[in-house]
Design a protein around this ligand. Sequence first.
Ligand code: SF4
Ligand code: SF4
Ligand code: FES
Length: 471
Amino acid sequence: MPKCTIDGKEVEFTAGENLIKVAARAGVEIPVFCYHPGLSVVAQCRMCYVEVEKMPKLQTACSTMAGEGMVVKTNSENVIKGRAGTMEFLLLNHPLDCPICDKSGECDLQNNSFGYGNATMRHSEERRTFVDVDMGPVIEKNMNRCIHCTRCIRFGDEIAGIHEMVAVQRGNNIDITTIDGKQLQTEYAGNYSDICPTGSLTLKDFRFRKRAWMLKKTASVCEGCSKGCNIEVQHEGNVVYRCVPIENQQINKFWMCDEGRFNYRYTQDPTRVLEPMKRDAGELIKASWDSAMESFRAEISASKVSFLVGTDLTLEEMATIKEFAGLSKITVEHFGTQGVESTAQDGPQDTILKMKSKTSNLNGAEKLGIPAYSGKSSTDTVIVFRGGRAVLPAIKAKKVIGVGVFLAADTAGLSLVLPGFSFTEKDGTVINHMGIEQKLRRAVLPGGRCKAFSEVLMLAMNKKALAGAVS
Ligand code: SF4
Ligand code: SF4
Ligand code: FES
């Protein structure tokens, strides 16, 4: 393999790799703003200056490909001066907003200013100012903080497939905006906020809610469709504040859709059922686990029962339910997305990430040999096990019992509800549409008096364990 030298270290590279990637392998960090590994290279911000032997001027590492025998310095006096000069220019119009900026704590501008800028500046002119702009349901723009790196423009053009962000005017008057000031159209708008290296494109859902450094981060998998995008659930004090994509080149690259990003909201919906509920005189009323389990057990032993499992359950949950059903010869079928009952019917919903199956584990249900709900088996009672996203089909039965995650609006036809864990509250395995097994990780604890399916089934089998063990 060809080799070059970075700060005295010899590094191997493959043809076409830029100096940022090669330096990273040598443990050398080169500061960037406009460069993003998922977007085209424009070498606009001039932050990634390096010195290359035999080249008279500083070079931008993002647009310079490594060459055989190339000798690169990333910390020479010229490089240090060049980067400090770039920082001084970039900060000419930047407000001292860090104390009130959502990006603070994870801001490239803040980090690079601290690492490579000067502590003082010579600028004494007034800074230009803009008012915040509402860019639609996802993004609020603060143009005062923009450094015109054009990452957002390139994201729209190259990834979201929509030319909606543009730069108008030039020089001191430059403004990054949508064409004709329209609201953002893409269903992937949250990524604008992720890739913006400053706090210019803020996520409305997260704005002013929590300082970034207070968040705990749990790597997990989005349950919004069968793509299985890799995400980080960011939370604090048992509250989820946001979900952001994490890189997986095989599945979602660097991105996620807005539907998946904001899907976590239902898990914290104030109408979510968090206590066992029994229908009495037409009304669902709170019950103890003791009495709810009595009703559940009576139903299983007295009537003809079948099980419906959501394709939003983990493999482990489905396997446990199937095993339990096998003991009493109870039929098990799956449900999830209307019109997508098998992986054969699944497929891309768009050309970016979204899949037609709106649950994460249709593939897992098929691998376990669970057939789709046909509506043909006539049983007195149907027990529905649901993770929270699977859409309930029209069920023909005298009674329907819900176990798992339900909002008040989902409970109209249910005679009994036993509350369970949502995707941010449990560990487990899901299999995406490509057949890749991935792990959900528990980020927060469920509120109220929720129980895992395995515990509900154990209590259903063992009356003695129930007595005094639950309240
Ligand atoms: S809004 Fe953010 S991503 Fe877009 S050009 Fe400005 S700094 Fe870059
Ligand atoms: S494409 Fe699917 S898995 Fe990916 S973020 Fe969107 S809903 Fe989630
Ligand atoms: S990161 Fe290289 S010029 Fe912006």
